[in-house]
Design a protein around this ligand. Structure first.
Ligand code: MG
Length: 278
C-alpha cells in the first residue's frame, strides 16, 4: 500500500494512492502512524483524482532529526576514501549522524542551490525506513515488525560545509535539502531485508546504481544497534546510506548546479525527481 501526503485546495491531506487517491480522515501522516493501519476503510472519507492533487513529501515536517548512516555501501566507502587520498582498508563501525529537516520537499520540488554558502552541493539516494512502533533494546528479529514502511530520500549534502566542521550536521542540514517521496510503501509489501535496485540520474545521466541488499549493515542490524543506545520513537526516519556515484566521487567532481534535474529511483517504491534552483 502506498501512503502519501497530498495537497488539495490548499489543504494537506493523507491518502492511499491507487488509480485514485482514497483520502483518510487523519490530520497528517504522524497521526496515521500513531493510529496504525488496521481497518483503514473505516476512516476513508472521499476519493480524489490523482490529477487533482499535488503529491508532497510523505512526512512534510519530521518530528525529529533524520538519523542517517554514512559509509553503508562498500563502493561508496571506497570512493570516499579515494577522495581523501586514502585507501579503503576495512569497514569501520557504523557512522551515524543526524540531519535537520524543518520541511521536506516532495516530488517535483525545486531545491535551493545555496550558492551563497556552498560550491559543492551533492546528491545521495537512500532507502529510508520509517518506524511505526517504538523500539528500545530490540533484538534484530524483533525490529522488522516495528517498520511502518519505506520511502526514497535524497540526502542533499554541501560537501565543503560537511568537511569544514568536525561533524557532518551543518553540511547535511541546509534548508529544504531533504527531498522525500513520492510516498511511503508499507513494510508488508517487502521482505524483511528487501533487495531493491537503487539509482540516481542527473539530467538523465546514470550516476548511482546499486542494490539495497548490498548495505554493509542491513536494516535489522541498524535498528538493533541504534535501539541498544536510544529509544527510537514511532515516526523515526532512518536514511540507510548511499551507494557510490555521488558527485564527490568523480574526477573532477560533478556537483549539482542550478537547472539540474535529479531523479532518484528505488525499485518497488517509485521515483523522486527534484530540480536545483538558482
Ligand atoms: Mg547520506
Amino acid at each position: 500500500m502506498k501512503l502519501a501526503s497530498v495537497e488539495y485546495n490548499g489543504k494537506t491531506l493523507v491518502g492511499i494512492i491507487e488509480d485514485k487517491v482514497r483520502i483518510l480522515d487523519v490530520p497528517d501522516m504522524h497521526s496515521l502512524i500513531e493510529r496504525g493501519l488496521r481497518d483503514l476503510e473505516s476512516i476513508e472519507v472521499r476519493t480524489l483524482e490523482l490529477d487533482d492533487v499535488k503529491i508532497l513529501a510523505p512526512i512534510v515536517h519530521p518530528k525529529q532529526d533524520i538519523i542517517c548512516l554514512g559509509m553503508n555501501y562498500l563502493d561508496h566507502e571506497k570512493e570516499s576514501a579515494a577522495f581523501d587520498g586514502k585507501t579503503f582498508e576495512k569497514k569501520s563501525d557504523n557512522v551515524y549522524f543526524s540531519k535537520r529537516v524543518n520541511r521536506a520537499p516532495g516530488p517535483g520540488a525545486t531545491i535551493p542551490s545555496h550558492r551563497d554558502i556552498t560550491e559543492c552541493l551533492d546528491y545521495e539516494v537512500e532507502l529510508a525506513v520509517i518506524l511505526g512502533e517504538d523500539l528500545y533494546k530490540a533484538a534484530k528479529e524483533q525490529t522488522y515488525q516495528a517498520i511502518f514502511g519505506y520511502t526514497i530520500l535524497n540526502d542533499i549534502t554541501a560537501r565543503d560545509i560537511q568537511r569544514r566542521h568536525l561533524q557532518f550536521y551543518a553540511g547535511k542540514s541546509l534548508e529544504d535539502s531533504c527531498p522525500m517521496g513520492p510516498w511511503i510503501v508499507t513494510a508488508d509489501e517487502f521482505s524483511e531485508e528487501p533487495d531493491l535496485r537503487i539509482r540516481t540520474f542527473v539530467n538523465g545521466e546514470l550516476r548511482q546504481e546499486s542494490r539495497t541488499s548490498l548495505l554493509l549493515s542491513n536494516i535489522g542490524e541498524i535498528l538493533e544497534e541504534l535501539s541498544s543506545y536510544m529509544l527510537l520513537k514511532k515516526g523515526t526516519i532512518i536514511a540507510t546510506g548511499t551507494p557510490a556515484g555521488v558527485g564527490m566521487g568523480f574526477t573532477p567532481p560533478k556537483y549539482l548546479k542550478p537547472g539540474d534535474e535529479v531523479r532518484c529511483e528505488i525499485e518497488g517504491i517509485g521515483e523522486l525527481t527534484t530540480f536545483i534552483g538558482d
